[in-house]
Design a protein around this ligand. Structure first.
Ligand SMILES: Nc1ncnc2c1ncn2[C@@H]1O[C@H](COP(=O)(O)OP(=O)(O)OP(=O)(O)O)[C@@H](O)[C@H]1O
Ligand SMILES: O=P(O)(O)OC[C@@]1(O)O[C@H](CO)[C@@H](O)[C@@H]1O
Length: 324
């Protein structure tokens, strides 16, 4: 079992254009779709499609249209709140360019935040998941240390607490890494650079650049880092550091949910006892599969690309730069 928390879910509206977005112009759209989104829901959906047991916790007001969109997707624990789920807008074009407009989302009161934490603790105490994934931005009204509060509550109130993965950004990621010691983080290269407060070295390949930036994080502040690099694949920094390229022939349609699918791919392979290389390859194959699908349509096993994923060993993570 894997439990996810989506603190700030979103009804994802996607508009598909037949030409590149022309800012300030009127354009005809080819198609539109609506998906019940939010990072933790997406992670749970990919895992469920891959055959894993999942439970997705989220705040949800009575009568919110999101409930109908999410019905039957994955088992949910909906914590009653007063604010409505936001709608995020995605615009895609035939070149595979994805433009995304994300709203701040509902405001959660202190009591609603407590109820959300209690629901996560209860889900972990009842189902003994191997992983808890805390996913996405935080709703308005929460402190940037909200995920730290969730982690502390789970680690102190649950017997044999799960491993904890965190996929967020900005201050929420900074706080979580400073005070929460997550077992796994999943930043992209820009989120990683912001987290460590450095720019990416420009004179080396991107996988080497993120390897350099991640060295001070693993294992001192986080157990492992899965750093996704869009079309450049992903890097896993754990006992060793590995880079995996994307498989050949992937036609990008919408990258929304690609990073969530990467995290799900990692967790799926982990729950089957995969090696570090297998965790990373599974992450990249699931991410690339979702990138090839429209809107927030998420990878199922049938969508996984068939081509070989090239994996390169970059270094041993724990030797880091000590003494240099
Ligand atoms: N252009 C692309 N071509 C092929 N695969 C891609 C492309 N972009 C993303 N992917 C796949 O999706 C994974 C995650 O992508 P990315 O690094 O963009 O995640 P992200 O920034 O967390 O995105 P999001 O939060 O929108 O899901 C990549 O590691 C890769 O497997
Ligand atoms: O504002 P957040 O929580 O960072 O991101 C929200 C979101 O962009 O994440 C998912 C894709 O990863 C989408 O379903 C959703 O719209």
């Amino acid at each position: 079992m894997i439990v996810t928390l989506t603190a700030n879910p979103s009804l994802d509206r996607t508009v598909e254009l037949t030409a590149a977005l022309a800012v300030g112009e009127v354009q005809q759209a080819a198609a539109a779709r609506e998906d019940a989104g939010g990072k933790g829901i997406n992670v749970a959906r990919v895992l469920a499609a891959a055959g894993d047991d999942v439970l997705a916790v989220l705040p949800l007001a009575e009568g919110d249209p999101y409930a109908a969109a999410a019905e039957g997707l994955v088992p949910l624990v909906a914590v009653p709140v007063s604010g409505r789920v936001r709608a995020n807008l995605t615009i895609t074009d035939p070149e595979g360019t994805t433009t995304k407009l994300n709203l701040p989302g509902a405001t959660l009161s202190a009591a609603e935040q407590e109820a959300l934490i209690d629901a996560v603790v209860a889900a972990c105490a009842e189902h003994h998941p191997s992983w808890l994934a805390l996913c996405g931005s935080l709703p308005q009204g929460t402190s940037p240390s909200f995920y730290v509060d969730v982690i502390r509550a789970v680690r102190t109130r649950v017997d044999a607490p799960p491993l904890i993965a965190v996929d967020t950004s900005g201050d929420a990621l900074t706080e979580t890494v400073a005070h929460g010691y997550p077992d796994l983080i999943k930043p992209n290269e820009l989120e990683l650079a912001e987290l460590v407060g450095q720019t990416l070295p420009a004179d080396v390949p991107i996988e080497q650049a993120v390897n350099v930036l991640a060295r001070d994080l693993v294992p001192h502040k986080v157990g492992a880092a899965l750093i996704t690099l869009g079309g450049d694949g992903a890097v896993l920094v754990r006992d060793d550091v590995w880079h995996a390229s994307i498989p050949p022939g992937v036609q990008v349609r919408s990258t929304v949910g690609a990073g969530d699918s990467s995290l799900a791919g990692f967790l799926h392979a982990f729950s089957r006892g995969g090696s570090e290389q297998e965790l990373l390859v599974s992450a990249v194959r699931h991410g690339s599969a979702t990138a090839s699908l429209p809107g927030t349509q998420l990878a199922t096993p049938d969508d996984l690309p068939g081509g070989t994923v090239a994996v390169t060993h970059l270094s041993a993570a724990h030797t880091s730069q000590k003494g240099t």
